[in-house]
Ligand binder design. Structure first.
Ligand code: SF4
Length: 400
């Protein structure tokens, strides 16, 4: 199975590739559903595709916003630019975008976005007959339903399913809450995430006083969905016959991308070897920023377990302190770019591809002039540290 990871910009792309993704999905600067990610201009996309292909990996470009006629006018040129940049597939939702793509870039494979909410084999066949090569399944399907669908579909149609990340309280993001409350259109990449906000129930006749429902002083997060986490179920997922495991999160940080991709890489490798999941690998996902986890719809309707009504925030057991630029094995010095303040003498965990379980004590921090300093306080500050454990460029040091 393919491990498919998100990338909101070049740095996250490099991180996802380095930490074990087989393929990356990202957005061009227009018509993707993450307008607030940095996204990729066509020259940046060309560089991204070149890098991925050098590593025998693939790039899928999301053009999955719902389009109006005014959007379609310039779409052909954008799609030709994406194809010329070397993209391996387009992720699409809107039938108008599909028709435009088939005229402008007929050789570029089409993946149907989860926004199309494909829930049954007949719908999947409908899209396949129209030229779609892969279906990104609706998050609302159980593993049993996916397995049954797979049996009814030809091998020429690939299936991709989400295994990790944020869930929408609506059907896979076809949601008007943000349009209604914040004037920002979720179906055009501008969701303000009002489902995460605190709400109160009020009774009109009692002067607007809060009604008696379970809530704390910040309100009740009645719409706040938990985050999906299927790392313990890779073997069962493999038995359904899906082709690709998708991690959500084009807006996420490099720390999130590195931690989650690394954990799923190790879990997938173990599953393919027939080895049990190392509990330390599953625990890694607690270190990435997340809402309380659940298994989504994989084992049926989660009911109230799907919502976290007590709080709307994220938790994470780790914070990134620095990214490794290089390592001098003779002097045992690691050269770093700072991401969060850290101190001399601190013990930091090393996050390295397929290896997340070593740590090292910082034995001396040295600024650009080589002077010893007690801490690395400045964002993106370049420092050297005494580091007895060998590290590699791109490794991440974090406080756990
Ligand atoms: S408001 Fe919430 S449920 Fe609606 S699209 Fe945005 S994240 Fe999804």
């Amino acid at each position: 199975m393919e491990l498919l990871a998100p990338a909101g910009n070049r740095e996250r792309l490099e991180t996802a590739l380095r930490f074990g993704a087989d393929a990356i999905y990202l957005g061009a600067t227009q018509m993707s559903l993450r307008n607030f990610a940095d996204n990729f201009s066509l020259p940046q996309l060309y560089e991204a595709c070149t890098l991925a292909h050098t590593l025998y990996k693939r790039i899928f470009v999301a053009v999955n916003a719902f389009a109006r006629d005014s959007d379609l006018a310039a779409l052909g040129d954008l799609l030709r630019g994406i194809a010329d940049a070397g993209a391996d597939a387009l992720i699409v939702t809107d039938p108008g975008v599909i028709r435009t793509a088939q005229k402008a870039v007929p050789d570029l494979p089409l993946h149907l976005s989860t926004q199309a909410n494909t829930l049954n084999a007949e719908a999947a066949l409908f899209w396949h007959e129209l030229g779609v090569k892969r279906i990104v399944l609706a998050r609302e399907l159980s593993l049993a339903e996916i397995g049954e669908m797979r049996k009814k579909l030809p091998p020429t149609l690939e299936l991709e399913m989400f295994v990790h990340g944020a869930m929408c309280v609506s059907y896979s993001g076809r949601c008007l809450l943000s349009n209604y409350i914040a004037g920002r259109d979720a179906n055009r990449g501008e969701c303000a995430q009002p489902c995460r906000w605190a709400y109160e129930l009020r009774e009109r006749k009692t002067d607007g006083a809060p009604f008696s429902i379970e809530q704390d002083e910040r309100g009740s997060y009645v719409l706040n969905a938990r985050d999906l986490n299927l790392i313990r179920h890779i073997g069962e997922i493999a038995q359904t016959g899906v082709d690709s495991l998708k991690i959500e999160g084009r807006m996420k940080s490099i720390g999130y991308v590195a931690t989650v991709v690394n954990a799923y890489r190790m879990a997938l490798d173990a599953s393919e070897r027939g080895a049990p999941l190392d509990e330390r690998v599953a625990a890694e996902l607690e270190r990435a920023s997340h809402r309380p986890y659940f298994t989504g719809f994989a084992f049926g309707d989660p009911g109230l377990m799907g919502q976290e009504t007590r709080a709307g925030g994220y938790v994470a057991d780790a914070a990134i302190c620095a990214v490794v630029l290089s390592y001098d094995a003779e002097k045992k010095l690691a050269y770093l770019e700072q991401r969060n303040r850290f101190f001399d003498g601190e013990t930091l965990s090393i996050l390295s591809p397929r290896d997340a379980f070593r740590s090292v004590q910082v034995s001396g921090i040295f600024d650009a002039e080589g002077s010893a300093i007690p801490a690395a306080p400045h964002p993106k500050q370049r420092v050297a540290i005494g580091c007895a454990e060998p590290v590699k460029p791109g490794d991440i040091l974090r406080r756990v």
